[in-house]
Every structure is written in C-alpha cells, then in structure tokens.
Design a protein around this ligand. Structure first.
Ligand code: HEM
Ligand code: HEM
Length: 176
C-alpha cells in the first residue's frame, strides 16, 4: 500500500508544535540560571505565555486529528502499528500533562497569571505546598516528555535504517 502523507494541516501543526516545545525547554531550563530580577520575571512570563499557547495548540491539533484521521501506513506490521499508536498516545498525554501541571503550579502562587500581558483566570490560591507539588510534577512530566520525544526521533531514524522511511509522511510535498 502507498505510504500516504499526513494532510498539510496536520504537518503544519506538528512542526509548529515541535518548535514551540523545543523553545519551551530552552526557556524553561534557562530560568534556573537567572538571578531574581526583571529578566527572570520576563523569562518566566514568556515561558508561561508560550506554555499556554502549547496547550491551546494541542487542543487544536487533537480536534484537527479527529476531522482528518492520520493516513494508515500499510508497510508496518500490526504490532509495529500498535506500538506507534501507543507511542503517539503517550506523547499526546505528556503534551497535556506538562503544561497543565505548569499552569496549576503557577496557579498556587500569589502572582497573577498573564498570557502575553493579558490576565487569565487562575485555578488556585497562594499555597506554597501545592505550588511545590505541581512544580515537581511539572519537572517530572517535562523530562518524561523529553524522553518520549527522543524515543520518537529514534523510531523515525530506526525505520529509515530498516529501509522503511517514514519522515516524508510528516513533510510537505506532492501527494502520492
Ligand atoms: C508543553 C509545555 C511546557 C513545557 C515543555 C515546559 C517545560 C519546562 C521546563 C523544562 C522547565 C524547567 C524545569 C526545571 O527547572 O526543573 C520548566 C519550568 C517552569 N515552567 Fe514550564 N513548560 C511548559 C508549560 C508551562 C506552563 C503552561 C506554565 C505556566 C502557565 C509553566 C510554568 C513553569 C514554571 C513556573 C517553571 C519554573 C520556573 C522556576 O524554576 O521557578 N510551564 N518548564
Ligand atoms: C526532529 C524531530 C521530529 C521528527 C523527525 C518527527 C517526525 C515525525 C514523523 C515522521 C511522524 C509520522 C509518523 C508516522 O505515522 O509515520 C510524526 C508523528 C508525530 N509526532 Fe513527530 N517528529 C519530531 C518531533 C516531534 C515533537 C517535538 C513532538 C511533540 C510535540 C512530536 C509529536 C508527534 C506526534 C504526537 C505524532 C503523531 C501524529 C498523529 O498520528 O497524530 N514530534 N513525527
């Protein structure tokens, strides 16, 4: 069976989401090195704003996926297809849990929650314990997400080494 491409909407959403997640990691990990002050506050604010965007993008992506189901890849065995499906489900789960835990952690601080300067509702009240709890969850989820993404990239390379390239399915180009 011909290994059809994902539709252009799914391809655009995949790469915008991937770039956003990479940016969030770079910004998130830079926060610890910054001394308390305006630069640190601005960096955290940018991280939160982009993190909320990543959550909205996930919702858009899942809605798009429902309307445009991914093309089957007839070259894979049923076991490989099941593995890919469960792997992608795990990535989607962590793409939800990571920003949600970040949002909850930030909800239990005394600071207002802003997205690019605009106030948005918080889901909590000032509570250091809950802030720390969701903060730890955020760190654990973020590292789990990173591990899954590295496995995802490794799977793409492995398929290529085995002579079953899949990358073109997620790249723009003429439909076969
Ligand atoms: C998919 C989206 C997100 C990713 C991949 C991500 C990733 C990260 C990473 C890697 C760190 C550093 C972890 C560490 O220092 O142990 C971090 C820290 C943080 N993130 Fe996120 N994040 C996301 C979304 C969010 C959202 C939506 C919020 C809040 C609205 C948020 C708030 C924070 C805060 C407050 C910190 C800690 C800063 C500090 O060290 O005080 N994140 N994030
Ligand atoms: C260099 C980095 C990356 C490469 C080369 C890559 C490549 C691919 C390819 C080829 C597929 C299609 C697999 C198939 O069905 O044949 C795919 C799907 C997917 N990728 Fe990536 N990806 C990368 C980064 C990411 C990142 C950072 C994320 C997280 C936002 C991500 C999330 C996903 C998800 C959730 C799917 C499943 C799509 C679906 O069927 O709904 N990828 N990726």
């Amino acid at each position: 069976m011909s290994p059809a491409r994902y539709d252009p909407g799914a391809i655009s959403l995949h790469w915008v989401h991937a770039a956003l997640i990479a940016t969030l990691f770079v910004i998130g990990l830079s926060i610890d090195d910054l001394p308390r002050g305006p630069e640190r506050s601005a960096t955290i604010a940018l991280h939160k704003s982009l993190g909320i965007m990543a959550l909205l993008l996930l919702a858009l992506r899942l809605a798009w996926r429902r309307l445009h189901p991914p093309p089957a890849d007839g070259r894979l065995s049923p076991a490989q297809r099941r593995l890919a499906r469960n792997g992608h489900r795990a990535v989607y789960l962590l793409l939800a849990l990571t920003p949600l835990s970040g949002y909850l952690s930030s909800s239990f601080t005394p600071y207002p929650m802003r997205v690019f300067g605009y106030l948005i509702p918080k889901a909590g009240w000032p509570d250091e314990g809950l802030n720390a709890l969701f903060g730890t969850a955020h760190t654990v989820f973020a590292w789990t997400l990173l591990a899954l993404i590295l496995m995802h990239i490794a799977a793409v390379i492995l398929h290529w080494l085995q002579g079953v390239p899949v990358l073109h399915r997620m790249l723009p180009g003429r439909r076969r």
